[in-house]
Ligand binder design. Structure first.
Ligand SMILES: N=[N+]=NCCCCNC(=O)[C@@H]1[C@H]2[C@H](O)[C@@H](O)[C@H](O)[C@@H](CO)[C@@H]12
Length: 449
């Protein structure tokens, strides 16, 4: 019998993303994405892995929905490949592309699973990147048009929409660190990209309100972290405040308060002359309230002052004695409670969903025909309990999507990092249950643990 009971109608789900699971990278009229281009550049992805085939979900989606049904999922969060629908990013639609998503949505609904659609999960049409991509303000209208089309075609059945997945990663991993597509290393550009992402989010929200199927819910998914100073020195506490601003408040404040945080805005504009904000932009952002906020939580950050960068004067540290995942991410379940309680304290926020939480482990043990991933089961147990502590503190948490439904293409790490509840053999594409999936099925059945 479950000890920790979750609210009635708590939405237990799992999440994936198009480039990470679909494959069919050039099938049926799909256009090239920046990740198709990036993953094929030698040296960018471990082992030279690409998303050409991935989990072949594009062809195997019926089998995968059957697995979701067996899991007892209430909801499934997935993303749409923009270039599969608009091969050139704008203009002509690819009928076979939108047909795939129509079939996927119908299959989910036929199995009693609520779809939650992410409009953008990093796979920008390459044709738009040739035009400057997220660095060119024209992208804002391209994204709004792409969103409006999907609201029109899928909005009668899809009632949960997420505009962007992790704008911080899109901007800084892709345009400053260079480790994600399009592989640029230009900090002022990365900051400008954050503004175009947030503005495009607002335009998409407004397009949703104006659409004929705009009676559902729309939000954004942010990767958020508690930011803990490595010591109580003034310089480390200042570094932690800077990381909280850079990672969290720079995104939370515009989408929840309609303004950028003054400390970070001043730092960026004085030191980077970025972002350029045009008249009317902030009014547009402020006039686009969301129905929910999606939170991707993986770990908390422990931060010390550092001169390693003249502006971003912080460095994350790895505390001794902690447990770490296969990604070398510290396991900090209490950080999830602390993050949720902080959001409740500092923001007037709409409903909250954990839109991703999970962990990579080696998954190299079998117990009969099942992968024996006790480490992932324990990770989820600890984080579900942490979410329950936030609920007990009064936080309006409405649901939880585990990352990920299945092992998949882990960006620059390729296929070597496994996050799935379901194991993928990339030679045969066979799906195999893990113990964490069998355990999750009971949590969903009992609505608690
Ligand atoms: N500051 N900083 N940190 C940069 C690293 C952030 C941690 N990784 C994520 O949030 C990505 C998110 C993504 O949605 C999914 O597509 C990825 O597969 C998972 C697993 O990696 C997570």
């Amino acid at each position: 019998m479950a000890q920790l009971i979750f609210p009635k109608d708590f939405l237990w789900g799992a999440a994936t993303a198009s480039y990470q699971i679909e494959g069919g990278a050039a099938d049926d009229g799909k256009g090239e994405s920046i990740w198709d281009r990036f993953s094929h550049i030698p040296g960018k992805v471990t082992n030279g892995d690409t998303g050409d085939v991935a989990c072949d979900h594009y062809h195997r989606y019926r089998e995968d929905v059957r697995l979701m049904k067996e899991l007892g999922l209430k909801g499934y969060r997935f993303s749409i490949s923009w270039p599969r629908v608009f091969p050139n990013g704008r203009g002509a639609v690819n009928p076979q592309g939108i047909d795939f998503y129509n079939r996927l949505v119908d299959e989910l609904l036929a199995n009693g699973i609520e779809p939650a659609v992410t409009l953008y999960h990093w796979d920008l049409p390459q044709a738009l990147q040739e035009n400057g991509g997220w660095g060119n303000r024209a992208i804002v209208d391209d994204f709004a048009a792409y969103a409006a089309y999907l609201f029109d075609v899928l909005g009668d059945r899809v009632k949960k929409w997420i505009t962007h997945n992790e704008p911080w990663v899109v901007a800084f991993a892709g345009h400053f660190q260079g480790r994600h597509a399009p592989g640029l290393t230009d900090l002022p550009l990365a900051v400008q990209v954050t503004h175009h992402l947030i503005l495009s989010h607002a335009k998409a929200v407004q397009a949703y309100r104006a659409s004929k199927h705009g009676d559902g819910q729309i939000g954004i998914t942010l990767n958020l972290y508690p930011s803990v100073p490595a010591s109580d020195s003034e310089s480390d506490r200042a570094a932690a405040t800077l990381v909280d601003g850079h990672n969290n408040r720079w995104f939370l404040d515009p989408v929840l308060k309609g303004e950028y945080p003054a400390d970070i805005l001043r730092l960026y504009q004085e030191r980077l002359n970025s972002p350029v904000i045009e008249p009317g932009d902030m009014e547009c952002i402020a006039a686009s309230p969301m129905d929910f906020l999606g939170i991707n939580y993986y770990f908390q950050k422990v931060v010390k002052h550092s001169e390693v960068h003249p502006i971003l004067q912080f460095e994350e540290i790895k505390p001794e004695g902690s447990e770490y995942t296969a990604m070398n991410w510290e396991i900090t379940p209490q950080g999830l409670t602390d993050l949720l309680v902080r959001l409740d304290r500092d923001y007037h926020h709409p409903d909250l969903y954990i839109t991703e939480n999970g962990a990579a482990f080696k998954d190299d043990r079998r117990d009969g025909g099942v992968v024996d991933d006790q480490d992932r089961l324990k990770f989820l147990q600890q984080h579900f309990a942490a979410a329950h502590r936030a609920l007990e503190a009064g936080v309006k948490l409405k649901g939880y999507y585990v990352w990920s439904l299945m092992d998949n293409f882990e960006w620059a790490h390729g296929y070597g990092k496994r996050f799935g509840l379901i194991y993928i053999d990339y030679q045969t594409l066979e799906r195999t249950w893990k113990k964490s999936a069998l355990w999750y099925r009971e949590v969903i059945r009992d609505n608690g643990l």
